[in-house]
Design a protein around this ligand. Structure first.
Ligand SMILES: Nc1ncnc2c1ncn2[C@@H]1O[C@H](COP(=O)(O)OP(=O)(O)O)[C@@H](O)[C@H]1O
Ligand SMILES: [Mg+2]
Length: 382
C-alpha cells in the first residue's frame, strides 16, 4: 500500500459521533485536517467540533455514497458499525482500519479465536448456542464462569457471572442476542491495557501499559504506567503491537488484559479504535492516542509515544462526576476534558480529568506498604 500522506486541509470521515470521534476530530484539526462526522444522532459530541456532518442511518446507501464522495479517507470511532456499511463504503473510499479489524472485534468468538492464533493467551472459553451447550460448557470449564453475549456488549452490559448450577437457565434466557460465549472466571489481581498504533507503512508503536479500575462496570481510573512488574507491562505492549500487525490495522487499538497472580497475562478484549484507557496520553505524551490515530489514518509518520509524565485519569461519569468539576477546574495539576453532552445522566461518560505527576511518581507506589497512603495522595480531589 502506498504511504502518500493526506495533504493538509484534506477531509477525514469519521463514522460515529461520540466522545472518541470528538477527540479524534480535535486532533485532526490540530494536524490541519477537516473532519466529516457521520452518525445517526444529531448534535452528537463529535458533530459539535466537526467541519461537516451527516445525520443518517449506518445502512443508508445514498447517504453513505454522498459521505464517501466528500471525504478522502474513512475511519471509525465505533466498532459496531454494521458489516453492510463497510461493504458500501469500501469500494468508494479507503477505510482504515478495514473489514478484518472490525469483524474480529465485533464478535467475542472471533476475537478469542484470533487472540489465541496471534499468540495471546486467553481464559478457557466455549461457544454457547443452546442451554444444552451451556451445561456442557460448565461441565468442562467449571464455576464460577462468565456468560456473555458475543456482540454489542459494553461497560459490562450483556454478561452474567454464573456461580451455581441454578444460575444457568435464567442467565441463558436473559442474555440476547444469541449465540453466547462462556468464559472461565479469571481470578485476576489487576486489569491492565495497552494502546498500540500502526501506520500505513506497517510501523507499530505502543504506549506504556496502564492499570484500570472499574466502578459499576464502567472504567473509573487508569494509572499510567501500570504498577505491575516490568515484564508484564512489556508483554502487554508487545501483545498489542502484535495484534495490530495481525489485524493489518491502520490506526489505533487497545487490548485489555487480566493479570494473574503468577504474573501471566490473559487477553480479554480488543477495541480497534482509541480507547478510554488511553485518554491519559492526551496530556502525558508528545502525541496522544487521537493524534496517533489520525496520523495513521492520514498516512503520516506516527508520533512519539514516550511518557513524559506519569498520569492518573479519572472518568467523569454522570451527575457525581460533574459535581467534581469546579474543584477540578481549580486544580492546576489537572487537565479537564469535557465531551459537550447536554445532560449528565447516571452512568453517562461526561468527560475525564488527567492529573499529571513527575515521571517515576507512580512506580514508587508499587510496594504494598506504601500503596494505600500513596494512592490516596495521588487521587485527592480527583
Ligand atoms: N472471564 C472473566 N473473569 C473475571 N472477570 C471478568 C471476566 N470477563 C469480564 N470480567 C469483568 O467484567 C469487565 C467487563 O468485561 P469485558 O469483557 O471487558 O466487557 P465490556 O468491557 O465490553 O463490557 C471486565 O473489565 C472484568 O472486570
Ligand atoms: Mg472491556
Amino acid at each position: 500500500m502506498s504511504a502518500t500522506p493526506l495533504p493538509p486541509n484534506a477531509t477525514i470521515g469519521i463514522l460515529g459521533g461520540g466522545q472518541l470521534g470528538r477527540m479524534s476530530a480535535l486532533a485532526a484539526a490540530e494536524l490541519g485536517y477537516r473532519c466529516h462526522i457521520y452518525a445517526p444522532e444529531a448534535d452528537s459530541p463529535g458533530m459539535q467540533v466537526a467541519a461537516a456532518r451527516s445525520v443518517a442511518d449506518y445502512e443508508d446507501a445514498a447517504a453513505l455514497a454522498a459521505f464517501a464522495a466528500s471525504v478522502d479517507v474513512v475511519t471509525f470511532e465505533f466498532e459496531n458499525v454494521p458489516a453492510r456499511t463497510l461493504e458500501i463504503l469500501a469500494p468508494l473510499v479507503p477505510c482504515r482500519p478495514g473489514k478484518k479489524a472490525l469483524a474480529v472485534c465485533q464478535d467475542r468468538l472471533q476475537e478469542k479465536t484470533f487472540l489465541e492464533a496471534a499468540g495471546v493467551p486467553v481464559a478457557p472459553w466455549r461457544a454457547v448456542h443452546s442451554l444444552e451447550d451451556l451445561h456442557k460448557a460448565v461441565a468442562e470449564i467449571g464455576l464460577p464462569a462468565v456468560l456473555k453475549t458475543t456482540r454489542l456488549g459494553y461497560d459490562g452490559r450483556g454478561q452474567a457471572v454464573l456461580r451455581a448450577p441454578e444460575d444457568l437457565a435464567p442467565a441463558f434466557a436473559r442474555l440476547e442476542p444469541k449465540p453466547l460465549i462462556l468464559e472461565a472466571f479469571v481470578p485476576f489481581t489487576q486489569e491492565i491495557s495497552a494502546v498500540a498504533a500502526r501506520g500505513l507503512d506497517g510501523q507499530a508503536v505502543a504506549y506504556d501499559a496502564v492499570e484500570n479500575h472499574h466502578h459499576h462496570h464502567i472504567l473509573d481510573l487508569s494509572f499510567a504506567p501500570a504498577r505491575v512488574a516490568p515484564a508484564a507491562a512489556a508483554a502487554a505492549r508487545a501483545h498489542a503491537m502484535r495484534v495490530a500487525a495481525e489485524l493489518d490495522l491502520v490506526g489505533v487499538l487497545a487490548v485489555e488484559f487480566f493479570l494473574l497472580p503468577d504474573g501471566r497475562l490473559l487477553g480479554n478484549e480488543i477495541a480497534p479504535r482509541p480507547h478510554n484507557s488511553g485518554h491519559w496520553t492526551m496530556d502525558a505524551c508528545a502525541a496522544s492516542q487521537f493524534h496517533q490515530h489520525i496520523r495513521a489514518v492520514a498516512g503520516l509518520p506516527l508520533g512519539g509515544v514516550e511518557r513524559h509524565s506519569d498520569a492518573v485519569m479519572r472518568n467523569l461519569v454522570g451527575p457525581e462526576g460533574m459535581a467534581k468539576l469546579p474543584a477540578l477546574l481549580g486544580d492546576n495539576s489537572v487537565a479537564v476534558h469535557l465531551y459537550g453532552k447536554a445532560s449528565a445522566r447516571e452512568g453517562r461518560k461526561m468527560g475525564h480529568a488527567n492529573r499529571l505527576f513527575p515521571r517515576g511518581t507512580l512506580s514508587g507506589t508499587l510496594s504494598d506498604t506504601l500503596a494505600d497512603t500513596a494512592e490516596a495522595a495521588l487521587l485527592s480531589g480527583l
